[in-house]
Design a protein around this ligand. Structure first.
Ligand code: NAD
Ligand code: IPM
Ligand code: MN
Length: 370
């Protein structure tokens, strides 16, 4: 019996999670997979009613479960960052999931490129450092600012003291990469390359400007490249944006620091048919993972039954694989493929189904696959 913590969150997060849970029920009906779900209602409604985000006892419950399944966070009624950082990033940090896996593969008929060649990319996004350390402030008056963060054995303290008002209000954000953070990231990327028989890892950065963080990261990746006997290729993030559109088939394992990883995985999503079919897994070897679609709460379509649940369902498949049910995971992802090829999809993929109908279509395929 696997214990799954479920956070539907906001907007379409709730809709796609509901559809996905129906698919997990279908899996459990005809396999050895059995699960219990514990629901958590962190998100906009709670925040608007009592001003809280996620509670410490909830975080403890998440790490005590076998997996966390999440919809999306974010609501136009709440200031940007409150829910995204207060719930989503907080969970990633609490679980210590320092890797975010975002697979992107050529899906026949869904790639927007002209004459696409087959591609199969493993985007490996670093998930804990870079500009996501939470070391930032809007400094718009006199005062002292002390910010601290601990990563492994490195304690980082930043303090600023303004006895007078700053010359002009300003904001700052600090990006940090530690050696140990870069090492575990590189280890993960090269292990994936080794396990998949890839001959190179592509590291995306901006080492020509942000020399401090990405210079260190390059040194670490170079050493790991030697250690694993696998080539290392560098791409600047601007050129990578171009190359991914021009010839995605050139790449395999793509390692991305946190912020560029966020940006380019939405581009990657579009290459395989959009955010509606793009899942992600926040993982740490040996730890509880958190599985979610790449997309957000999509307030523009929330509550209308228009959201494509396939991304969340594919995230559920990644979760099944992570907790030891590989065959079941394959059945779920094959079921999604079958729905796509039969046109049993939501409007973003050209179909006529609602979110819940598309979820049921996948569940039916799962049932039929036994
Ligand atoms: P978004 O991913 O929510 O939506 C971008 C566009 O893609 C929208 O037009 C939306 O309608 C469409 N889209 C997204 N998912 C879809 C799906 N499953 N089916 C069909 N269409 C889909 O990004 P955004 O609009 O920039 O952000 C909205 C909110 O979500 C913000 O508050 C943002 O901070 C938050 N967000 C949260 C997460 C997360 O929780 N992991 C991720 C990204 C954004
Ligand atoms: C994502 C999202 C999050 C991120 C936001 C909502 C904090 O965009 O999961 O891609 O930047 O990681
Ligand atoms: Mn994103």
């Amino acid at each position: 019996m696997r214990r799954i913590a479920v956070l539907p969150g906001d907007g379409i997060g709730k809709e796609v999670v509901e559809a996905s849970m129906g698919v997990l029920d279908a899996v459990a009906e005809n396999s050895s997979f059995a699960f219990s779900a514990e629901y958590f209602d962190a998100g906009a409604e709670r925040y608007l009613s009592d001003g809280s985000t996620i509670h410490d006892d909830e975080l403890r419950a998440l790490s005590a479960s076998d997996a966390v399944f999440l919809g999306a966070l974010g609501d136009p009624r709440v200031k940007p960052g409150v829910l995204e950082k207060g719930v989503l990033i907080r969970i990633r940090t609490h679980l210590g999931t320092y890797i975010n896996l975002r697979p992107v593969r050529m899906r026949p008929g869904l790639c927007p490129l002209r004459d696409p060649r087959h591609f199969d990319l493993d985007f490996i996004r670093e998930n804990s450092e870079d500009f996501y350390m939470g070391l930032g402030l809007e400094a718009d008056g006199p005062g002292a600012f002390g910010l601290g963060s601990v990563r492994d054995n490195a304690r980082i303290d930043i303090s600023m003291d303004f006895s007078v008002e700053p010359v002009q209000p300003f904001g700052f954000e600090v990006g940090i990469i530690t050696r140990s953070g870069a090492e575990r990231f590189a280890d993960y990327a090269f292990s994936v390359a080794r396990d998949k028989g890839r001959d190179k890892v592509t590291l995306v950065d901006k080492a020509n400007v942000c020399t401090g963080i990405y210079g260190l990261q390059r040194k670490v990746f170079e050493a790991k490249s030697e250690e694993y006997g696998i080539d290392l290729e560098y791409m600047y993030v601007d050129a990578m944006a171009m190359a991914l559109v021009r010839a995605p088939q050139r790449f395999g394992v793509v390692a991305l620091p946190n912020l560029f990883g966020d940006v380019l995985t939405d581009l990657g999503a579009e290459l395989q048919g959009g955010l509606g079919v793009s899942p992600s897994a926040n993982v740490r070897p040996g730890g509880t993972g958190m599985f979610e679609p790449v997309h957000g709460s999509a307030p523009d379509i929330a509550g209308k039954g228009l959201a494509n649940p396939f991304a969340a369902i594919l995230a559920a498949a990644m979760m099944l694989s992570d907790i030891g049910f590989r065959e079941e995971a394959d059945r779920v992802s094959d079921a999604v493929d079958a729905c796509i090829s039969k046109g049993r999809t939501t409007p973003d993929l050209g179909g006529k189904l609602s979110t819940s109908e598309a979820g049921k279509a996948v569940a039916d395929e799962v049932r039929a696959s036994k």
